[in-house]
Write a new protein. Structure first.
Length: 424
């Protein structure tokens, strides 16, 4: 099969899986928003954001090591899969302790009770699902990656329907604590199916010594992923920790719509990641050419989506309920994010695929640090509007920094090639 057709097929699988996932994710958000209301929803997502930041370290980046190793050498699956599971199990214990400790100092006691349930769901069971999807991605089985992506949100939507119907027919007021107590069950069902699918189709894990190179590279990936989670999600924890649960709720609802709108862009780069690794192994120039090819598709989509989000923002209260009416303004503030994300996904994946992950990690750590500073400075004064300003500035700065790193790496390669030619 020609390479372009293979990429198109992989991207279609990812987009179809993300599309199904998007529908159920939207249903899940709408039902939970209507069931909990903006205040309780803000409490829930504030704790989820904290756990998500820490959970990026629980597997030490082994999800990306799976993609890299398996896409380059299929026979490395068993050892890499076993290492990923070992590291993730140990990392979860450390994460839970850290989350409880940080929550003790940053969250009110009523929010601290959410942490164990969300940690089990997202940092342990959710990590098994993520690792399984990455294993299939590295093996070129994007159809199974797509199915797992969809299944995660299907199961959550099913549980959300159950809670919504229970609240409607029994006339009781569901709160965030009740949802967290049943939230992890959806992840348990998905994780069991994901692990079974990997074992059946790819094989059993092999448990043995973990390669030092995988640990070092994986740590870089985990720093990168945690940085992403910080500049995407920590603003919700800032708002919830400051007691601004209504602001956290309406801002989070708008941000989730942005995440949904970004799904096709993410799906394209997720499908292309193994190809970036293969092309980048030879030269960053090849990886850059692939990024330019993909940008011709994602930039028009991002621009069109920004216009659509701005124009359609007034529909949000009809979907989530009137307690989310201020999400209209929040969504209009954030509508450019899908376009900006498409830029830094392209250049960032080019850096990663070219075995220069530490450069990407440095840019993302810089973005995370800037976002923390901006949130700390702006949220106390301007609430969710401060968070929106911080998000826009951070993502735009990350796109610029990623572009600059690609230019630097290409220039260094050209200089090296010139020096070799002159020496010859």
């Amino acid at each position: 099969m020609p390479e372009s057709d293979s990429l198109r097929r992989s991207a279609l699988w990812m987009i179809s899986g993300q599309g199904v996932s998007l529908l159920f994710q939207a249903g899940y958000f709408i039902l939970i928003g209507r069931t909990l209301g903006s205040h309780e929803y803000g409490a829930f997502v504030g704790v989820v954001a904290l756990v998500n930041v820490l959970s990026q370290f629980s597997s030490l980046g082994m999800e990306m090591i799976l993609v890299r190793n398996i896409s380059r050498a299929r026979e490395s699956f068993a050892a890499t899969w076993g290492s990923a599971l070992q590291i993730s199990a140990c990392g979860f214990v450390v994460l839970l302790i850290l989350a409880m400790l940080i929550g003790h100092f940053t969250l009110k006691p009523e929010l601290q009770r959410f942490i164990p349930y969300i940690a089990v769901s997202d940092a342990l069971l959710g990590k098994v699902v993520q690792l399984s999807g990455r294993a299939f991605q590295g093996a070129g089985r994007l159809d199974h990656t797509a199915r797992l992506t969809a299944l995660s949100n299907i199961t959550r939507a099913v549980f959300a329907v159950g809670l919504f119907l229970l609240a409607v027919f029994t006339h009781f007021r569901a709160d965030a604590l009740l949802w967290t107590r049943i939230y992890w069950l959806s992840s348990l069902a998905t994780a069991a199916l994901a692990f079974g699918s990997v074992t059946r189709l790819l094989g059993w894990p092999a448990f043995g010594p973990i390669r030092t190179r995988d640990l070092m590279d994986g740590f870089s990936f985990s720093l990168s992923s945690s940085s992403i989670s910080i500049y995407n999600d920590i603003d919700k924890t800032f708002l919830a920790g400051a007691g601004q649960l209504y602001a956290a709720g309406i801002y989070s609802a708008a941000y989730r719509i942005i995440d949904v709108a970004s799904v096709p862009i993410y799906a394209i780069y997720a499908a292309a990641t193994p190809r970036f690794f293969r092309k980048g192994e030879h030269s960053i120039g090849y990886a850059s050419a692939l990024a330019a090819q993909l940008l011709r598709r994602t930039v028009p989509y991002g621009a069109g989506m920004a216009l659509l989000l701005f124009a359609g923002a007034s529909l949000v209260p009809y979907l989530f309920g009137q307690s989310f009416r201020d999400s209209v303004e929040a969504l209009r503030w954030l509508c450019l994010l899908p376009l900006i994300r498409g830029l830094h996904y392209a250049w960032g994946t080019t850096i990663t695929g070219s075995s220069s992950q530490w450069y990407r990690t440095a840019t993302q750590l810089g973005a995370a640090g800037a976002n923390l500073f901006l949130n700390a400075a702006l949220i106390p004064r301007w609430s969710w509007r401060g968070a929106a300003i911080a998000s826009l500035l951070t993502d735009a700065g990350l796109a610029a920094a990623s572009w600059a790193v690609v230019r630097y790496l290409r220039g260094r390669k050209d200089a090296r090639a010139t020096a070799i030619t002159q020496a010859a």
